[in-house]
Design a protein around this ligand. Sequence first.
Ligand code: ADP
Ligand code: MN
Ligand code: MN
Ligand code: MN
Length: 345
Amino acid sequence: MTKYKLEYIWLDGYTPVPNLRGKTQIKEFESFPTLEQLPLWGFDGSSTMQAEGRSSDCVLKPVAVYPDPARTNGALVMCEVMMPDGVTPHSTNARATILDDEGAWFGFEQEYFFYKDGRPLGFPEHGYPAPQGPYYTGVGYSNVGDVAREIVEEHLDLCLAAGINHEGINAEVAKGQWEFQIFGKGSKKAADEVWMARYLLLRLTEKYGVDIEFHCKPLGDTDWNGSGMHCNFSTEYMRTVGGKEYFEALMAQFDKNLDAHIAVYGPDNHMRLTGKHETAPWNKFSYGVADRGASIRVPHSFIKNDYKGYLEDRRPNSQGDPYQIASQVLKTISEVPTEKAAAAA
Ligand code: ADP
Ligand code: MN
Ligand code: MN
Ligand code: MN
């Protein structure tokens, strides 16, 4: 038997953006534990904005497990928060009720800023560095500094070793701003991995004395870009049948559901989706081929392939909850009849 360090990780009850929380318990297993072998556990909900009524106990239900590359015999255990009965989802547990479909694929592009001493890493103590331009995908000390690349490389290795489907990295438009991409089949799988990648980044940067700023417009109304979390999505139908008519019906439904999408695309998005800085205004839906100024960008490959493939919703922001973003995308898609559904009716 081996003693495993199990880090139970969950989302707390803070609004509008939950924080990641985690605590460790040691348990013995013959080999790396499966999800089924992991017991329920509890925590004090009165310390995380999750206490309800007189009882402050909340239950942690493991829903995904990954090897923890930073610890000997470690496991990262993604949990849902349940009521004391262990079966009723807590009101802060968004994951329990989202739409899912393993034929629906999601690619999230998580942007964020490194922060130190209350400002983006690499910003001088007073004023601003040279205007943005050279930083996006840049190389060299004056563009990326001396530590950011070490962090993003280490984060990449941690994610890959944990089995997270990390797909890439790039330095972003603002100084101190970076992006990583996570791809997953199914909303729960993709979103679990985004949250776990966020956790690994936050934990990793502790030792560098660097914070992660996920706010979508930390530098406010300036000439500095904000942070998004573009959501690339495709369903099996979009990839294999698609077609111009279906695409246009889908876009009409996204337009109709504008408010429902914006509601879950992250707080303060009006600060970011202003129409400046390669984003469409939050209150007007638009789409366009290869158009990075539209709400939804239609890749060239989609048109070339007879309106089949994936689309990119550019509106979700860096603080958005990927569970709710993916679920709302699926909800809108589910409201558009497919040929199969039409034929069956
Ligand atoms: P860009 O910066 O040009 O918008 P990225 O390369 O950063 O694009 O991100 C593209 C994302 O699209 C990746 O996360 C990738 O996994 C995802 N993606 C590619 N094909 C599909 C697909 N068929 N369905 C869903 N997502 C996809
Ligand atoms: Mn990208
Ligand atoms: Mn980007
Ligand atoms: Mn993108």
